[in-house]
Design a protein around this ligand. Sequence first.
Ligand code: URA
Length: 452
Amino acid sequence: MATRKRATSKKRSGEIKQSTPELIAKKRDGGAFTDAEITHLINGYVSGDVTDYQMSSLAMAIFFRGMTPKETAALTLAMRDSGEVVDLSSIKQPKVDKHSTGGVGDKISICLAPMVAACGVPVPMISGRGLGHTGGTLDKLEAIPGFSVDTTTKGFIKEVKKIGCSLIGQTADLAPADKRLYALRDVTATVESIPLITASILSKKLAEGIDALVLDVKVGRGAFMKTEEDARALARSLVRVGRLAGKKVTAILTRMDDPLGHAVGNALETIEAFEVLMGGGPEDVREITLALGAEMLRMGGVAKNESQARKQLLASIADGSAIKKMEEIVKYQGGDPRAVTEHDRMPRAPKRTKVKAKKAGVVTEIDALEIGLASVGLGAGRSRADQAVDPAVGIMLEKKPGDRVKVGDTLATLHVRDSKTANAARPRVAAAYSIKGRGKKLPPLIMDVIRR
Ligand code: URA
């Protein structure tokens, strides 16, 4: 059996004398937990000995008091070991994955994973669904007719071995402590805690059996982390804890004030990612894909440096191996591989309607948060985890920051199911555009690369 079962042993958690209320009080009063205390609390949470109300109180204590890197690493490992840990050791090369902290129009995983796999680095990728204003890779992949993101651990390992890449969703057995804790944090105002976010992201990624991880930590209006200071703190925490867990981790800080690319919405974004694989696609999407991909090739040991890695990635587009890899993945996962290049096979919304410019000038900004929310309003996203999404609807941003516009020019095209949702979205999308008399210098998209 190629999976390692949970390591929730008494040996690791030791005999803990204090009761759960005493441990909560320890953190409330600013104390630092031992590894054994953390393992004891997480194991207790999974088994039911620690209740939801005790865990939410503990999460709030962590929110205010924080955790040391050592505590955060222990929390990450305890959460990873709350379920199965995929054993990919039968694949000898380093396995590398990517994670994004989430943004608007972020379809990077869909072009990145096949490119990196086509260059010879295995990519076992377990992604999430969209929640709130940010989209999710799984919803975008499911826009491909027939494509399934559900498989068993065995199926996941088999696909990575055979194709070099698997794009699936989190199974019930993977980091179950995170699944419960994240749902609890969502309703107890304890999401925005750097140690808790670090443990949540890394526990899932470490359970995939990877050797290295590249993180796209997004900063700005449309991101989870609104300020550079917070994003840097999260990036440093992720890199440090990942290393303490014995993995190579790089975080790339990227700007998420404006949506990424032109397309926002599931099928529209997937098509845009396919265009990148075919040698086109928007400049910003290509730039981030190449930056993350170069780091993955370096960590995967197939390129010595960034410039060599970029050449290899570009070659995978030019020689067709990247698009072919995507077709192989789609076919393997039950989808229609023709949809990768024949985009009229992808879902299409029944109506299109335009948002026109009411003033002339230069587009200086597009509020990513507003565009994300407008797209959710059209049906492309969800505001509750159990809602279904409409794969076909979304927004095409025809004008981007730096573009000059005249009165009456189309700023964006809404792909809609009905006029009611279109009428609600139109003013919101128009208001998301800032049009000024003069343009301003666009800040660099890639803000920093953090390796330690
Ligand atoms: N994404 C996660 O997976 N967990 C968090 O806590 C925040 C973002």
